[in-house]
Design a protein around this ligand. Structure first.
Ligand code: IVH
Length: 675
């Protein structure tokens, strides 16, 4: 087998496994075996760039080159569906169709997936372009992002038409949504309200590597084209399944309205067991000929309709409101309710979000309130049944507390923010414990064996009052506590010792400075290189750094203005925690060129070879002298050497110009050339 054949065989094999895993949900090899095949393919492709293929499964990992979206017109406009909420309206639809057709007809019942609609064009079995709905006439071209979704075939199988368009819904599965929000909560990033918003936000990201990490899925429900294989919608969808698309098994051909009801009622209950969100069902006339006869209105087809399920609601009594204080001091009001059944679970508590929401509900203790689950995980109160007050009278008005329920400090509200905060960072128990939990977490100092319970125990026993105390813990302290045996105590001490090697950027993240998440911590660490330099940085110096704006700059300044924080930093430094970037990485500005070998050739407008060599190294790449099959690309200026050019052409190695190179590594393009 030649290398080319080997590469192609691997690509086919991996795509077949993608199909088993992502479309059929029935993998036939282990994740490990899959990863090994992927790795082998990546290595071969790196070694033989002449066999590059944009449709290779390795290309599904995305790239972090920001693209900006072009717009494109849809070949067939993307209409929406008429929505109905009552069975009467469904009956009206059925009767309208029956009268207009005046002949027997079938309806296809489908699930109405709750995500973002997408239209994808395929030509000769290859994905061409994916466009969002936009305004229905034209949308954003998001092909690179869509290619990261592994259940979407890049190349088709079987007997597909030469050219067609397929429409479907890009979804975020519940499990992915919940994990994503959990992670965002830990990073203090705003949460997504529901999986649809999360999917929509993801598909519009400018960074397809980030899209790939979000693990979206897609179901398809509509094929369009001039040469479709069958005369019915149902059969065309079954055919599309054989081409490799994920088509729901949960659809039904119905001849009577009774059969339609059965489908609707079945899924009303069953939908909570699906791995992906749905918000209703869709009815479609099956025959394409009959669809044409019925036609469309300006906005939606007359041959289809959506029936939307009501968000499940329950009515119950508000018993009290309590307040929780998080690691950042944010105070969240929680409603305690008389237990009530809602979508199969007992609800006792609901989030009230913030003071404004309480005010707009005009909430009083003892009120009968509506709770809904809808697309959100945490149930929320959506309304008050005011008529119940006539019978029961009005209880005490719910007024947001003025002082911290944990430490009694007066709460503050930052301008433009909905939340109230307890400012007593270093004296409020849940904030102290929360800060320690964050400090030891995996992405921060990664100290194993120091979970919530142990932290609590150590805190209660006065052994842990801030993050610096972690480094004073001794085995003898630990074993005297109830829960810790000698073995776990010594493991914990080892893990603490190991954390002294954690690089500065993660230490900075671990400190838990407000708004300084993982990425911001990295940017600050690379820009200032040491904690002293960061501490001395003025507001103006801080906002010079890419992505650092007013809010973060102020927060950093405030952190370093507190003597208690400075004391903690000094103690951490004294025990040997990394408080500066290490030498090797100190020239680093980014990792965009990690693992890349780059040849520089020609003359440049904005700098010389020396400058570009330094830039390549600062961004993690290697500058090499001569073109070979291992070269990732050539940074090509004017009048590039003819030998190099020829060699690049035979090996199929890409040339990149100065502007594209600078934007790849996020360096500014100087406004005037230094010729
Ligand atoms: S058919 C002309 N089928 O609902 C008919 N749409 O309000 C085109 N949707 O934009 C749509 N599941 O995003 C169809 N099984 C399904 C669907 C579905 C979800 C979405 C789609 C569409 C919206 C219509």
């Amino acid at each position: 087998m030649t290398v080319k054949e080997q590469i192609e065989a691997l690509r086919r094999e991996i795509e077949q496994h993608n199909y088993y895993y992502y479309v059929l949900s029935q993998p036939i090899i282990s994740d490990y075996e899959y990863d090994m095949k992927m790795k082998q393919l990546q290595e071969l492709e790196e070694k033989y760039p002449e066999y590059f293929d944009p449709l290779s499964p390795t290309q599904r990992v995305g790239s972090d080159i920001a693209t900006g979206f072009e717009q494109a017109y849809h070949t067939y406009p993307m209409l929406s569906l008429g929505n109905t909420y009552t069975e009467g309206e469904v009956k009206d639809f059925y009767e309208r169709v029956r009268k207009a057709l005046n002949e027997p007809f079938e309806l296809v019942c489908e699930l109405k997936y709750d995500g973002v609609s997408i239209s994808i064009t395929y030509e000769n079995g290859e994905i061409q372009r994916a466009v969002t709905r936009g305004d229905g006439e034209k949308g954003d071209v998001v092909t690179a992002n869509i290619k990261t979704i592994r259940s979407i075939p890049l190349r088709l199988k079987g007997n597909y038409p030469d050219k067609f368009e397929i429409r479907g819904e890009v979804l975020m599965p519940w499990a992915v949504f919940e994990a994503l929000n959990k992670e965002r909560e830990e990073q203090e990033e705003p949460l997504f309200a529901n999986p649809r918003n999360a999917a929509a936000g993801t598909i519009k990201l400018q960074n397809s590597a980030l899209v790939a990490s979000r693990k979206l899925d897609a179901y398809f429900y509509y094929v369009l084209g001039e040469q479709l294989p069958f005369a019915t919608h149902y059969e065309n969808l079954q055919a599309a399944r054989t081409w490799g698309f994920k088509i729901s098994e949960n659809m039904k051909l119905c001849r009577t309205l009774d059969e339609v009801w059965e489908f609707i009622h079945f899924w009303e209950k069953e939908r909570k067991n699906l791995p992906v969100p749905i918000d209703g069902i869709v009815l479609k006339v099956n025959s394409l000929e009959q669809q044409r006869k019925l036609g469309t209105t300006a906005k939606s087809p007359r041959w289809a309709i959506a029936y939307k399920y009501q968000a499940e609601k329950a009515l119950t009594k508000l018993l009290s409101v309590t307040y929780q204080v998080g690691r950042t001091g944010a105070v969240t009001p929680v409603a305690n309710l008389e237990p009530v059944q809602l979508s199969g679970t007992t609800v006792k508590r609901a989030s009230l979000h913030n003071a404004d929401i309480i005010e707009s509900l005009d909430l009083h203790i003892g009120d009968m309130v509506y709770v809904e689950k809808g697309g959100e995980i945490i149930p929320k109160i959506t309304g008050v049944e005011k008529s119940a007050r006539l019978q029961n009278g009005k209880g005490e008005k719910v007024v947001f507390i003025k002082n911290c329920p944990e430490c009694n400090a007066p709460l503050i509200r930052y301008p433009g923010e909905a939340a109230h905060y307890c400012p007593n960072e270093n004296g409020c128990p849940p904030q102290i414990k929360g800060k320690i939990e964050h400090f030891v977490s995996r992405k921060a100092m990664n100290i194993e064996g120091l979970g919530e319970e142990t932290i609590n125990l150590l805190y209660e026993n006065g052994l842990l009052k801030n993050v610096a105390d972690i480094y004073t813990l001794k085995i003898s302290d630990l074993v005297t506590l109830e829960r810790l045996g000698l073995k776990s105590a010594s493991n914990l001490i080892n893990s603490i010792e190991k954390s002294k090697k954690v690089p500065f950027e993660r230490v900075l993240f671990a400190l838990g400075i407000r708004f300084v998440g993982e990425t911001v911590a990295k940017k600050l660490a690379y820009a200032f290189k040491s904690i002293e330099a960061l501490q001395q940085a003025e507001y103006e110096d801080l906002i010079q750094v890419e992505e650092i704006g007013d809010k973060i700059a102020q927060s950093v300044r405030q952190y370093f203005s507190d003597p208690k924080n400075l004391e903690i930093i000094n103690r951490l430094k004294a025990v040997g925690v990394q408080m500066a970037i290490n030498e090797d990485a100190s020239k680093r500005k980014g990792n965009e060129l990690e693992g890349k070998s780059i040849v520089i050739s020609g003359t440049f407008k904005y700098g010389d070879h020396e400058k570009y060599k330094n830039l390549i190294e600062a961004h993690g790449g290697k500058n090499v002298g001569s073109v070979s099959s291992k070269t990732s690309f050539i940074l090509a200026g004017e009048n590039m050497g003819p030998e190099k050019l020829k060699k690049a052409q035979t090996l199929g190695i890409k040339l990149m110009d100065e502007e594209n190179f600078l934007s790849l590594i996020n360096e500014e393009i100087p406004s005037s050339a230094s010729e």
